[in-house]
Design a protein around this ligand. Structure first.
Ligand SMILES: O=C(O)C1=C[C@@H](OP(=O)(O)O)[C@@H](O)[C@H](O)C1
Ligand SMILES: C=C(OP(=O)(O)O)C(=O)O
Length: 430
């Protein structure tokens, strides 16, 4: 996209409603498509990733209409899905890939699934191995480690499985597979990851029991259509929370943001670093809490981010790294090796981008160490086609002394199509 001509050190001021949560939007389309009746989904994220999930269900015969940010889904039940006559394209979306494979493995037809260059490199064995233990018939490139995969769906066997990787996508894939199993499927999760699938299973009337670190799904329950309001995405809000925290005299309110505890690690980190934030107007819908978050600029200090909090802020680490460059002292991020298998190797990308801009940051095997506070000077950087790296670069451009030349920004439409409009609103208010 070339040079980012954005206002430098202009305070961010005002309020916006960030787009709908990406994880919850994917799940809302899936559940509404499996349910019987008409579901209205309000504040749906029409980013590219969620539209891939919509297209997949359209290819299986579900009528889905989009009116602005409202999605109307005419579900006819799990048994009504039809064999797609073309390969299913998952684009850049890891969530679509993992969740859909779990579902397709148990449906009585054949499908072929593939993705873009980035998704084709991401690990699929984390779902293929446990799905095969449930009797799934899946073949794929690199012995099933990567897309494309071919899936001959059939009745699956229930099983008990302890998750070896802290991944909500793997957990969700197995819960969806469990809907088409011959008996109960129990999943043991030692470190909590986002629980939107569990919340929505319960909201649609599935037979799901959760006890401590184990959950059991029983097949055989029909789902009834629901009206769903999708909260704002805290992972999108994070970019403006950080911008407000680091640009002098800023104050930003983000309305109706999802506050599910499995996602709010960023709020804890901001507070521990000395950030000022207020949460107001808390409500909830379909088991998902939400509220308004106001963030003000403040003096920040470095902290250690590790352990159980990591899955609760995994997608926010690119913007947290930028935040840490503006905090006094050392910030250490550990136990985040999963970042290496996201849209790009995010540890490598974050470190490269921020080093180019003049930050003092080094990578470790499972994270990074950042020394602050540094004045960023700009430079020529690549997002590697990763939406979160691209948005981090745009926020950085608001505080750099020089200019940032970013190679692309189209990827931002994957999760935040109106990102630049929202940025403009916050930088141009009186
Ligand atoms: O289940 C989900 O919606 C997601 C889970 C996380 O991935 P993993 O399950 O791979 O950790 C997250 O990084 C991704 O953006 C969305
Ligand atoms: C990792 C992400 O998404 P996905 O895994 O669905 O591609 C993300 O949005 O940061």
């Amino acid at each position: 996209m070339g040079e980012l001509f954005l206002p430098i050190n202009v305070p961010l001021d005002g309020e916006i409603e960030v787009p709908g949560d990406k994880s919850i939007s994917h799940r809302a389309v899936i559940f509404a498509s499996l349910a019987k009746g008409t579901s209205n989904i309000t504040h749906f994220l029409d980013g590219e990733d969620c539209m891939r999930t919509v297209d997949v269900f359209r290819s299986m015969g579900v009528v889905i209409e989009k009116q602005d940010n409202q999605l109307i889904v005419e579900g006819k039940g799990l048994g009504s899905l039809k064999e797609p006559n073309q390969p299913l394209y998952f684009g850049n979306s890891g969530t679509t890939a993992r969740l859909m494979c779990g579902l397709l493995a148990g449906l009585p037809f054949f499908s072929v699934v593939y993705g873009d260059v980035s998704l084709t490199q991401r690990p699929m064995d984390r779902i293929v191995i446990p799905l095969k233990q449930m009797n799934a018939q899946i073949e794929g490139r690199n012995e099933g480690k990567n897309l494309p995969l071919s899936i001959r769906g059939r009745k699956l066997k229930g099983m008990t499985y302890e998750l070896p990787v802290k991944s909500a996508q793997v957990k969700s894939a197995l819960l969806f597979a469990g809907l088409n199993a011959d008996g109960p499927t129990t999943i043991i999760e030692k470190t909590p990851t986002r629980n939107h699938t569990e919340n929505m299973l319960q909201a649609f009337g599935a037979n799901l029991e959760i006890e401590g670190d184990r959950m059991t799904i029983q097949p055989g329950k029909d789902f009834t259509a629901q009206d769903i309001f999708i909260p704002g995405d805290i992972s999108s809000a994070a970019f403006f929370m950080v911008a407000a925290a680091i640009i002098p005299n800023s104050q930003v309110t983000l309305k109706n943001v999802g506050l599910n505890k499995t996602r709010t690690g960023i709020l804890e980190v901001l507070t521990q670093m000395g950030g000022k934030l207020i949460i107001e107007n808390e409500t909830s819908n379909s088991g998902e809490p939400m509220g308004d978050i106001t963030v003000m600029q403040s003096t920040l200090k470095g902290i250690i981010i590790e352990g159980e909090i990591i899955p609760r802020l995994i997608d926010e680490i690119p913007i947290i790294a930028l935040l840490a460059t503006q905090a006094d002292g050392k910030t250490i991020i550990r136990n985040a090796k999963e970042l290496r298998v996201k849209e790009t190797d995010r540890i490598k990308a974050i470190v490269e981008v921020l080093q180019t801009m003049g930050a003092s940051i080094e990578s470790t095997d499972d994270g990074m160490i950042i020394h602050g506070k540094t004045t960023l000077t700009g430079g020529k950087v690549s997002s590697y086609g990763d939406h979160r790296i691209a948005m981090m670069c745009v926020v950085a451009s608001l505080i750099v002394r020089g200019e940032i030349e970013l190679d692309e920004s189209q990827s931002i439409a994957i999760s935040y199509p109106n990102f630049f409009d929202d940025l403009k609103k916050l930088t141009s208010s009186e």
